[in-house]
Design a protein around this ligand. Sequence first.
Ligand code: C2E
Ligand code: MG
Ligand code: MG
Ligand code: MG
Length: 291
Amino acid sequence: AAKQRGKAGFVRYEPGMEQPVLAHIQLGGEIRRGLDEGEFRVVYQPVVLLETGKVIGVEALVRWEHPTRGTVPPIEFIPAAERTGLIVELGRFVLRETCRQTAAWLAEFGPDALQKPGVNVSARQLHDPGFVADVLAALADSGLSTDRLVLELTESAVLRGSQISRTLHELDRHGVKLALDDFGTGESSLSLLRAFPAAIIKLDKSFVDGIEIDDANPAARDARQAVARAVIQLAGALGLDTVAEGIENEAQVEQLRALGYTLGQGYHLARPMNAGNFTALLASQRDAVAA
Ligand code: C2E
Ligand code: MG
Ligand code: MG
Ligand code: MG
């Protein structure tokens, strides 16, 4: 096990690897320290209008600037943060920072410069009795109105519990929007749509991968597109917005547009970036319109 240990002495995540409880607890201690030292930060990935490439929204993604390991991606610490409960404090930080930053962007570039930012939320946060109050306080302290935020939830996060259902409906009543993230990857995506007040479906990257391959066998191509097509039809019927995730080339943009998708995210469109670079992006968009 020693050779699986990273520089900071905790076990490095490998895909498919089950992290032992002890590793989570050790990593939890590191996360606690990182929170106290202010090592976490938020990066922003643009949400783009597929037709024009215009940036109209943003998703907040947490990063850990670790003193010896460098930038640590969320997959390496979110599970331990959930297991130890530290995700509540970490998530509160991401929410507050995103609301503060979004309010600053709206003040600088105008109320139409950006739609509601998306913030990822774990099940553990939804179970926290202070969650609704935390969300409302983050909004109030930043000056953002309550209808200016989207919480991104995965199916596993919303699957269980009437407490969660109450929480989500309460947030809905305040105007906070919900997005179902990684849509289609779980087992009960459809029943969730009925049970929760979702406003946005985020089509998982796995249904965007390979969607553009236009091979000689139309049946194979149609099979690859089937979920993306079903999801956009469902969203249309239910009056939900859609965002296609993980777009990595222009052919995927074209194919998604042909299916009716209008919004997307992905490395081909824009990578997650720090707040300063996102500000520069909004500035260049404003200047292009003015010119
Ligand atoms: P997600 O919410 O589905 O976020 C999308 C992930 O896909 C991000 O990874 C993003 O950087 C990545 N991505 C975007 N475009 C592309 C692309 O074209 N190709 C590929 N290969 N990847 C792309 P990231 O930032 O590593 O986050 C991974 C997951 O960690 C997120 O998935 C989300 O579930 C979770 N996460 C991130 N930030 C937070 C947070 O603040 N709180 C909680 N609870 N979870 C978070
Ligand atoms: Mg997300
Ligand atoms: Mg996703
Ligand atoms: Mg994901």
